[in-house]
Ligand binder design. Structure first.
Ligand code: SF4
Length: 702
């Protein structure tokens, strides 16, 4: 019989699923802060009670439908004795609200089912019925509350019967899915009859690295066909284990390159499905992504509606799952499109998403890397444009909190109901004071400071309490609501500060930057490699690739991939060197200190080169400032149209530029921002490699 191992957290779920999306639904995972509170309470209990034991492991095997379901978990605490007591600790922002939810649904709420499962397994193994109790603690440990629940064997076993039947269905589905993937791997063929020069070597290199189970960094130039050249072997290896690939990009605009590669594989017969994860802020139907049933009708009864309408079955019939699919279904059944994406990701062979879902702290991705029956190992991870990863990861952990920004929020208070304005203004005063209290007394210059998170946490609690009242008052939330902005701004910083203080590591330092009207406190993470390393553990094979990954020692260290086993490889451009013209003009320096006086000469050079031959020309600049100042001096040659990249261009604007380039018969001078300045004559419209235009700026989020 096949064995399926399950954590009690994943086992103890209502059948059918019921409930809404919110922090107290019981479907989420414990946060690191919750775990820390657990440990504090457990050690207090151990000091006070001789009969107390923390983290008591318990396992049991259930047989059903030809499968063995091995259910295991750890009880937070067990008080032994004549009548033993099992205690579960739950950390929550609102102790009273969670207390109410658990009391009102003792046989439905996932937390109650978890505790009852511990009780039931204990009873099966010891023939003694234990007492069951929740110990609820507020996030900042200011409130604590106990709640006892009963284990009614008849009711529990009725649920257990349904749950085991459901698990058999899930296991059979997972078995079929894994078998299909393995079969697919055997017949998986490269989607082009004639691979480009270098593509075969690229695929062989990745195959070799994977067979040796080595993480990889690959440098391959544009034009080699590296996306499909990396995805193909990574996917084939994953499928051979019944697994899938998670393909991450630094920007949403790069998703289309991976999507195109998957389409190519599908067109040549690969039976694979793909899902592109769209950011919550983009796919959310509401003015603000505020996921609770009081504010959002799509969050309300989301799980109930998904089960009732068999939405996951509907999604399983589609080969390509994109934002449009989730939006359509979300609107039709009034469910959350973002949550649907995460649920559907288990069933597809390629998940394409932003770095955030794998590398950001508190990412929603955890559950997407889980594995089902008959899958060996873990999913594979492919990191596109991997040179961006170190800086992006450092940014995740380097937020700033400015009194000037807080002060500016005050101006927007006129847009919220008047009864909240004065309290909100007072809270802003307090927030500013917390920031300014960090200012070193004896310095008016930016300086390093030592601080703890305590004052920020205290203020965070006040803000959250205010936010609850604000939301409960049935306020009409408008886009960019100032109360939400204030609370998110503060809590994001507080969470990062807690993390930085907890790590007590040298990669973080905190500075205060005085300003004539206030000041800014800034956390700087100068090396996120340790955090990145932890993320790779969720994956079997890891391949990072980019056109610029050298020196490998530098990128591998900062990306947390530096191990003796790391495999690195570089490939040369497939384009004949004879087609390339490199012009170095030593008389014109673009060094920062020389730039100012050379703007006119640089503009003139671009003008002269462009005028030599009709076509599309692209001038790339290392900064917008450089681009704008040169453009001021530029006169386009006759018949040329000037296109330029704007700061913070949205995807629609980029698409409009691409359409223009494809459609128009004219010739263009395009001014773009890039990390290196260079001028290049593009291909004619129609032959144009539009992916590079989407890649204009590493820092622009489309
Ligand atoms: S629709 Fe928006 S607010 Fe509602 S649950 Fe989904 S992401 Fe949250």
């Amino acid at each position: 019989m096949k064995k399926v191992s399950l954590a009690i957290r994943d086992f103890a779920l209502p059948v059918p699923r019921k409930g809404s999306i919110d922090a107290l639904s019981g479907y989420g995972r414990a946060s690191a802060i919750g775990q820390e509170t657990h440990q504090i309470i457990q050690s207090k209990r151990a000091q006070e009670h001789d009969n107390y034991e923390a983290e008591v492991a318990i396992t049991h095997e259930f047989e059903r439908g030809g499968f063995i379901f091995e259910v295991s978990g750890r009880m937070d605490g067990l008080f032994s004795g004549k009548t033993p007591k099992i205690e579960e600790i739950k950390t929550t922002f609102s102790v009273w609200e969670l207390h109410r939810r658990l009391r009102d649904a003792p046989n439905q709420h996932p937390y109650c089912l978890q505790l009852q499962t511990y009780g039931y397994l204990y009873w099966l193994q010891n023939k003694v019925m234990p007492k069951l109790s929740f110990h609820l603690v507020s996030t900042r440990k200011t409130e604590e509350e106990d709640l006892d629940i009963r284990l009614d064997l008849g009711v529990y076993e009725a649920w257990l019967d349904l749950r085991l039947n459901e698990l058999v269905e899930e296991a059979q589905h997972a078995e079929k899915r894994a078998a299909k993937r393995r079969k697919n791997a055997e017949a998986f063929t490269f989607p082009f009859e004639k691979p480009r020069t270098g593509q075969i070597e690229l695929i062989q290199t990745i195959d070799e690295g994977m067979s040796e189970h080595r993480r990889m960094l690959i440098q391959a130039p544009t034009g080699l066909g590296k996306t499909v050249g990396v995805l193909f072997p990574a996917l084939r290896e994953a499928l051979s284990r019944g697994q899938r690939v998670i393909y991450v990009t630094p920007k949403n605009s790069q998703h289309s390159v991976a999507e195109d590669a998957v389409v190519k594989l599908q067109e040549t017969g690969a039976k694979i499905r793909s899902l592109t994860v769209t950011a919550k802020s983009k796919i959310c139907f509401k003015n603000e992504p505020l996921c609770n049933p009081e504010y959002c009708e799509f969050a309300k009864d989301h799980y109930t509606k998904v089960a009732e309408h068999k939405i996951m079955e509907q999604l399983s019939k589609k080969r390509k799952l994109s934002a449009r699919t989730f939006e359509k279904i979300g609107k039709e059944f009034e469910v959350c499109p973002f949550e649907l994406q995460l649920d559907a990701a288990q069933d597809v062979e390629t998940v394409i998403c932003d770095y955030n879902y794998v590398f950001a702290p508190r990412s929603a991705f955890g559950r997407l890397t889980e594995s089902g029956l008959d899958q060996d190992g873990k999913p594979n991870l492919v990191i596109d444009e991997a040179h961006n990863l170190p800086a992006r990861a450092m940014d995740y952990h380097s937020p700033a909190l400015s009194s000037v920004v807080l002060e500016r929020m005050r101006e927007d208070l006129v847009n919220i109901p008047s009864r909240f304005q004065s309290d909100a203004s007072e809270l802003i005063d307090e927030c500013i004071q917390v920031v300014l209290n960090r200012k070193p007394k004896d310095s008016d210059k930016p300086s390093k400071i030592e601080t703890t998170a305590a004052a920020f946490q205290e203020q965070d609690t006040k803000l959250r309490t205010f936010l609850s009242q604000y939301l409960e008052a049935d306020t009409d939330i408008q886009p960019r609501d100032v109360v939400l902005r204030l609370c998110f701004y503060w809590s994001e910083f507080t969470a990062a500060l807690e993390f930085a203080c907890d790590r007590e590591r040298t990669e973080f330092f905190i500075t205060f930057h005085p300003h004539h009207t206030g000041g800014t406190i800034k956390i700087t993470c100068c090396d996120a490699s340790e955090m990145l390393k932890e993320c790779y553990d969720d994956f079997e094979q890891v391949v990072g690739f980019s056109a610029t990954l050298k020196p490998f020692e530098f990128y591998s260290r900062l990306a947390g991939l530096e191990t003796p086993e790391l495999k690195t490889a570089e490939f040369s451009s497939p384009f004949p060197a004879a087609h390339r013209k490199l012009l170095i003009i030593p008389q014109i320096s673009s060094k920062y200190s020389d730039r100012q006086r050379n703007y006119p000469r640089i503009a003139e050079t671009i003008q002269k080169i462009s005028a030599l031959k009709p076509g599309n020309y692209f001038a790339f600049f290392p900064s917008f400032e450089f681009l704008e100042r040169t453009l001021e001096q530029f006169s386009a040659p006759p018949g040329f149209m000037v296109l330029r990249q704007e700061r913070g261009m949205r995807n629609d604007d980029v698409q409009a530029v691409l359409e223009h380039l494809r459609a128009a018969e004219k010739t263009h001078s395009s001014f773009c921002r890039s990390r290196w300045g260079f001028l290049r004559r593009g291909r004619l419209p129609g032959q144009y490699d539009h992916r590079r235009v989407c890649d204009w700026s590493p820092s622009t989020e489309f």
